[in-house]
Design a protein around this ligand. Structure first.
Ligand SMILES: [Fe+2]
Ligand SMILES: [Fe+2]
Length: 153
């Protein structure tokens, strides 16, 4: 069964929701953590906020092109518990692991969207592939940080 436009819009809206929630949590963690080890990760997160915000804008544009509406905060669902800022504000590893989980979830969602749109909606598929490439880049970046920050722990 080919995907309907409604299914594609629903998947795009879910992706939009995930990106917005990621922006909120990267912002929170970039402000929350502290200490010598935290400084670099704070900067990396602050930079990534802009990238994830751009993803949300690109997804929103596509939702509009397909005739869908953009959800405001009342219609967004917030579930990303792994990125809740840690009680120990120097627990940088917790944040790195949370970022990796968020990126894995994004990668899984974009792969599903690529399949959903296959043969049906090439423009959305192209966008999903482009964003997937960004998320795989983020994952690689944070896997490197995980390696380094895990040393001597
Ligand atoms: Fe993203
Ligand atoms: Fe990302």
């Amino acid at each position: 069964m080919p995907a309907t436009k409604e299914q594609i819009i629903a998947s795009l809206r879910q992706a939009y929701n995930m990106e917005v929630e990621t922006v909120i949590n990267y912002l929170a963690n970039s402000l929350h953590i502290e200490g010598v080890r935290a400084e670099f990760i704070k900067q990396a997160l602050a930079t990534d906020i802009q990238g994830e915000l751009t993803h949300a804008q690109q997804l929103g544009n596509r939702i509009k092109q397909l005739g869908g509406g953009i959800p405001g905060s009342v219609h967004l669902k917030m579930t990303q518990s792994s990125l809740e800022p840690p009680a120990d504000t120097t627990d940088v590893l917790h944040v790195i692991r949370g970022v990796l989980k968020a990126e894995e979830e994004a990668i899984a969602h974009y792969k599903a969207l690529i399949k959903l749109t296959d043969g049906e909606d090439y423009v959305t598929q192209d966008l999903a592939i482009t964003i997937l490439s960004d998320e795989e880049g983020h994952r690689q970046q944070f896997e490197g940080y995980l390696k380094e920050y895990s040393k001597g722990k």
